[in-house]
Design a protein around this ligand. Structure first.
Ligand SMILES: *[C@@H]1O[C@H](CO)[C@@H](O)[C@H](O)[C@H]1NC(C)=O
Ligand SMILES: *[C@@H]1O[C@H](CO)[C@@H](O)[C@H](O)[C@H]1NC(C)=O
Ligand SMILES: *[C@@H]1O[C@H](CO)[C@@H](O)[C@H](O)[C@H]1NC(C)=O
Length: 434
């Protein structure tokens, strides 16, 4: 269970490693301290814890793609990862009062976040327009399908965004919950016989999560986590979203031996980039093998690393207090963020060619959101991870979440892009069969 000690009690321990890891980047170090707390499933317990819809039948055309009457994208594809955030009068299609699935710590408006500017931006890819999320289109394209989100609390963040947007068109019915903090849940959309589920699996591979902030994770890099993989035969679309738990202290097993460790004293430091790559490889291979050659089809999306925006200490006022996005040239993806993204993209490419060679119907794609996300320092809950943090005046210390995203908020864009990728794929399939 959550330990009741201050998450910074073990800070000196981390800092004793700081010289060794400073070469990684000071940023990675800060994250090591902050995020091991943030991405704990228990991290959002109470304060004293230490630690438009569009009509499916109209023809829509954009500069680069034309949608037919099933909203299938024809023609050119667009690189959604490059672009800029532009102001937009039309706000989100849902809010914390209309959607039931938002985790309290991410329900920023309801928790009293006073500014609203951060809701009025849209991602404008360089090469095309990104349409608003069309819940009807999503539901139609995934009729009779099971979509599973697998990963850490950012997987959950994206899932809840998707559910909120879908709920504007069709009501999800929660029919299964298991695990502390709702770590495993399933919803049924009766209107389209569609199931959406979430599986807690912060490493994707088999692992033992640290029991408290002083301990470390144990990972088995060559074994896929059966908590989700055992259900693969019933899954048609998979969103694998992990990464932040790889920053924590850990020991890494591969086969019968210890490969090395991260931030542990008595064992060889091997960092976490290569380790993360191995875990992704194991996960993708697991999917490919279990679906088998010419087996049933599955779409796999890998959202690339989602940058956090801590400035200074996480419990100081203003740790992420921006209310406007960065402009494109103001903030580039750097260091750890860039490296984690790169590892993800690389593993996706490798897995794509493996899937093809194997003759499988597994389609793997990166959902490359790192660059658009790094610009949205304004989109985090910050102090509103707890409701009304300033109700009794402005305290000296206030906990900030600068890693997850407000709902509604920038993470809605991940799902808008994912829908475009699904449409593109459906278009290709259609072209093949007709
Ligand atoms: C939430 O959305 C509903 C329906 O669109 C609207 O009536 C309400 O004012 C919104 N609430 C906030 C806080 O924006
Ligand atoms: C969705 O889940 C329900 C309830 O378990 C099940 O009856 C149905 O067959 C599932 N549909 C799909 C497409 O997975
Ligand atoms: C390192 O030390 C921890 C306890 O401090 C122990 O559990 C772990 O097995 C050790 N690792 C190695 C590789 O010896």
């Amino acid at each position: 269970m959550a330990s009741s000690k201050n998450p910074f009690n073990d800070q000196p321990q981390h800092y004793s490693f700081s010289k060794k890891f400073f070469s990684y980047s000071s940023y990675a170090l800060l994250l090591l301290v902050f995020l091991h707390f943030y991405f704990s499933p228990f991290s959002f317990s109470p304060i004293h814890h230490p630690h438009s819809p569009s009509n499916n039948h109209i023809l829509i055309s954009s500069s680069k793609g034309v949608l037919d009457k099933n909203n299938i994208v024809k023609k050119k594809s667009c690189d959604y990862s490059k672009g800029e955030w532009v102001r937009n009068k039309l706000g989100p299609s849902y809010n914390g009062s209309t959607c039931e699935t938002i985790k309290p710590g991410q329900n920023c408006m309801v928790s009293g976040r006073p500014d609203r500017d951060y809701l009025y931006w849209r991602w404008k890819p360089k090469q095309c327009e990104l349409p608003r999320f069309q819940p009807e289109t999503f539901l139609q394209l995934l009729r009779n399908k099971h979509i599973a989100f697998v990963g850490d609390s950012l997987a959950r963040n994206q899932l809840e965004s998707l559910l909120c947007m879908l709920a504007t068109a069709s009501k999800p019915n929660l029919y299964y919950t298991d695990g502390e903090e709702n770590k495993f849940r399933k919803w049924f959309f009766a209107s389209h016989n569609m199931n959406v589920s979430i599986y807690w699996s912060p490493f994707l591979v088999k692992g033992i999560e640290k029991e408290n902030e002083g301990s470390f994770n144990t990972l088995f890099l060559d074994s896929v986590d059966e908590r989700w993989a055992a259900d693969l035969k019933d899954i048609d679309m998979l969103v694998l979203s992990a990464g932040h738990w790889y920053l924590h202290r850990a020991i890494y097993h591969y086969g019968n031996s210890v490969l090395g460790c991260h931030a542990l004293e008595n064992c060889t430091e091997i960092g976490f980039y290569d380790v993360f790559g191995k875990a992704l490889r194991t996960s993708f291979e697991g999917v490919i093998q279990r679906k088998g050659p010419s087996g049933s089809a599955i779409s796999v999306f890998l959202p690339t690393f989602s940058p956090a925006h801590f400035e200074g200490e996480w419990d100081m006022l203003g740790a992420c207090s921006k209310t406007l996005p960065y402009k494109g040239n103001e903030k580039a993806l750097k260091m750890m963020d860039a490296e984690m993204r790169r590892v993800g993209v690389e593993q996706v490419k490798e897995a794509q060619s493996k899937a093809e060679k194997f003759g499988s119907n597994v389609r793997i794609e990166a959902l490359d959101i790192s660059e658009l996300a790094v610009l949205r320092a304004d989109g985090h809950p910050g102090p509103y991870m707890h409701p009304f943090p300033f109700a009794n005046g402005v305290p000296q210390r206030v906990q900030n979440d600068c890693a997850h995203w407000c709902l509604p908020g920038p993470i809605d864009t991940w799902n808008e892009i994912m829908l475009e990728l699904i449409k593109r794929r459906a278009g290709k399939l259609k072209a093949k069969t007709s």
